[in-house]
Design a binder for this molecule. Structure first.
Ligand SMILES: [Zn+2]
Ligand SMILES: [Zn+2]
Length: 318
């Protein structure tokens, strides 16, 4: 099968003769329809996570082989963390933190930039007919945006600032606006901020931004500098949520965190059912976030496009 593979020495390349993966008893073979290139994929090609193999973790596809007949032929998206099912994390519904976990396209398991992929049946979620493939491919990053309100109590009285108008920033901005709190999204690109402005969400260009004293600041900049800016504009006792993963190390002044009794919360993968429901109920607009769809055999060009800073979502069609 055709697949997009990253190798530390050989770099990113297309392989036309990769064997179709075998599915185990509790797994399903999925024919991938559409996949999203994520900033994490780009960071992996720069050395993040030390990963080698088929890249990719955002997808929608169709189940073509599995023991559960009810799933056959259905459109699905899939959670990417695969736990050992035995440790205390796995037993307490925290398989995302299983020390033995693998993560599709990120850690010890091939990802989904290929014609076929295998995932545990338990990781799959079916997609309602009213949600298109182009929308469903956003479930994984949208779930990551919803993770914030699973981790942190946000009330309508809170002043919230989202740093970054990348793909994730635009999703997080929309999710936070559902709560009805005072929110501002800071970005560098007028045309991207306009997507939120059209939904009545307050936005500002970073060059014009000079507000401080937020109760909650969410770093979606994708830049090692984002956390420093967040710490600068948070109120004492406030909460900073970090969504940015980067291959570069970050230097921050922890004295500022101590003196101002700040909470710093890392935030990664989130609840898929919540994200699917939000798409079904038309609460979140994801289609304006699509920049271009490339066929998988133009995967290298797709990556070059996705790596341009400030771009929107690049999709791969299988
Ligand atoms: Zn991602
Ligand atoms: Zn485990």
């Amino acid at each position: 099968m055709l697949s997009l593979i990253f190798h530390k020495k050989k770099g990113l390349r297309l392989q036309t003769d990769h064997p179709v993966p075998q599915h185990g008893y509790d797994e399903a073979l999925i024919k991938i329809s559409l996949a999203g290139v994520c900033n994490t994929d780009i960071e992996i090609t720069k050395g993040y996570m030390d990963f080698q193999g088929i890249l990719g973790h955002e997808f929608v596809g169709v189940v073509v082989k599995c023991r559960e007949k009810g799933l056959m032929g259905l459109r699905v998206v899939g959670e990417i963390n695969i736990g050992c099912e035995k440790c205390s994390f796995c037993r307490n519904r925290m398989k995302n933190h299983c020390p033995e976990r693998s993560v599709a396209g990120i850690l010890n398991k091939d990802g989904i930039f290929a014609e076929y992929a295998v995932l545990p049946i338990d990781n799959l979620h079916t997609i309602p007919d009213s949600v298109s493939d182009e929308e469903a491919v956003f479930v994984e990053p949208l779930a990551a945006a919803f993770e914030i309100i699973r981790q942190v109590d946000v009330i309508p009285d809170n002043r919230v600032c989202v740093l970054g108008d990348g793909k994730l920033g635009l999703l997080v901005g929309q999710v936070m606006s559902l709560i009805g709190c005072e929110i501002i999204v800071v970005g560098k690109h007028e045309e991207k901020l306009a997507i939120l402005k059209n939904k009545g969400i307050r936005t500002v260009l970073s060059s014009d931004f000079n507000e401080k004293g937020f109760d909650i600041v969410i770093d979606c900049t994708g830049s090692p500098d984002g956390i420093g800016i967040a710490l600068d504009i948070i109120r004492p006792g406030g909460r900073v949520i970090i969504k940015t993963t980067t291959s570069k190390k970050r230097g921050i002044d922890l004295n500022h965190v101590v003196v101002n009794e700040l909470s710093i919360i890392g935030s990664r993968c989130g609840p898929f059912p919540v994200a699917i429901k939000a798409l079904e109920e038309r609460k979140i607009d994801v289609l304006p976030l699509i920049s271009k769809v490339y066929p998988l055999n133009e995967g290298i060009q797709a990556f070059e496009h996705a790596a341009i800073r400030g771009g929107l979502k690049v999709l791969l069609s299988m």
